[in-house]
Ligand binder design. Structure first.
Ligand code: KG4
Ligand code: ZN
Length: 335
């Protein structure tokens, strides 16, 4: 069967076509991403109204491009999957309304997908044998959460951030040290050039048995160091800050993941979300999983950021689970 995936929750409009064979092996036939990053970069972050308008402009064009790239017609589609929550409400509404019209005008079943589940769905595209149960760690611009995934569609949150997400904290510090938006990927590279012990920063990992995080403390500490130096007419070494910040965040995530592995006894960990592209985090979690003989399933960097293929993958499992959405489907900003 062919699943059409539509993503528009933030600043990426994406339309994809994924093929599922009878055994449930998923293959990407097209994954077209229209990124708005260059527009939002002018403002140092995502401007919701501009995002919504850019989605409207891109959505029909990339849908046609996805069908052409896959070499199939609308009549070949068996399911339309769309991100319905969480995200920017205006941005989500564009994808949801487009997908509803597309599905009902062409008599194709519609499935609503949660954006977090979609990020996890990306791991299935790269690891064909992956099946629940497992534990998922989703680290993105808006989330840093652990989930127990009991079936391929059944998610229970078991820990996560109590304030900021890892991605937004990377972006904030990146912006203050002069990186263009979004700073996460640039900080990843710059961290290789600095001294990870140059600055002492508070861990984002909560103490005791808690697997939760707080990224507001480390973010504020870094900003105070940078701004304090500027008030004295000095400029901190950006590479040292990138290295110290990244190392402290990665160590904190590893510490909490080790607790979750022990608490759940899981044999498989899925790492997903935009920040799963971070090379330091990927390496550290691979080492942790090797140490505990846990299989780490992580999407390739190209599928970590927002894309339609991951929505189609998660949509496939929802479809197989009998889930269907109607014309009354609405978008929601919340989880
Ligand atoms: O999942 P995503 O594309 O959008 C949300 O659902 O939020 O995640 C975007 C986030 C941004 O904060 C971006 O800076 C971060 O992922 N990111 C990275 C890297 N690549 C993207 N953060 C750290 N290291 C990277 N290599
Ligand atoms: Zn995302």
């Amino acid at each position: 069967m062919y699943i059409f995936g539509m993503e528009s929750s933030c600043d990426e409009t994406s339309a994809a076509i994924v093929h599922a064979d009878e055994a449930g092996n998923l293959t990407i036939k097209a994954n077209i991403v229209a990124s708005q990053v260059d527009v939002h970069r002018l403002y140092g972050g995502v401007v919701p109204e501009i995002a919504s308008r850019a989605h409207v402009e891109a959505v029909s064009r990339i849908t046609k491009e996805a069908l052409d790239t896959a070499g199939i017609g609308i009549k070949d589609l068996d399911c339309v999957a769309v991100t319905a929550n969480p995200g920017l409400i205006g941005a989500l509404l564009v994808g949801v309304n487009f997908a509803k019209s597309f599905a009902f005008a062409n008599n194709i079943p519609l499935v609503a997908v949660n954006h977090i589940h979609a990020h996890v769905g990306a791991a299935y595209l790269a690891h064909p044998g992956l099946r629940a149960p497992y534990v998922a760690l989703v680290v993105s611009g808006g989330h840093t959460q652990f989930y127990r995934v009991d079936t391929d569609t059944d998610y229970t949150e078991i820990g996560g951030t109590r304030d900021d997400a890892a991605g937004e904290s990377f972006d904030k510090v990146g912006r203050v040290i002069g990186m263009p938006y979004p700073g996460g990927a640039a900080l990843d590279k710059l961290a290789y050039e600095g001294d990870p012990t140059a600055f002492s920063l508070p861990s984002p990992a909560l103490a005791g048995d808690s697997p939760d995080f707080s990224f507001s403390g480390i973010k504020t500490a870094a900003l105070n160091l940078i701004n304090g130096a500027r008030q004295r007419g000095e400029e901190l070494c950006a590479a040292d800050m990138a290295a110290s910040y990244t190392t402290t965040i990665v160590k904190g995530i590893v510490k909490q993941t080790e607790k979750v592995l022990a608490q759940t006894g899981t044999k498989t960990l899925v790492l997903a979300g935009g920040v799963a592209a971070n090379s330091h985090l990927r390496r550290a979690l691979q080492e942790l999983c090797d140490k505990h003989r846990v299989t780490l399933a992580v999407p390739p960097v190209s599928l970590c950021g927002d894309n339609g293929a991951m929505v189609a993958a998660a949509g496939y499992f929802a479809f197989c689970n009998g889930e269907r959405a109607g014309t009354d489907l609405n978008a929601s900003a919340y989880d």
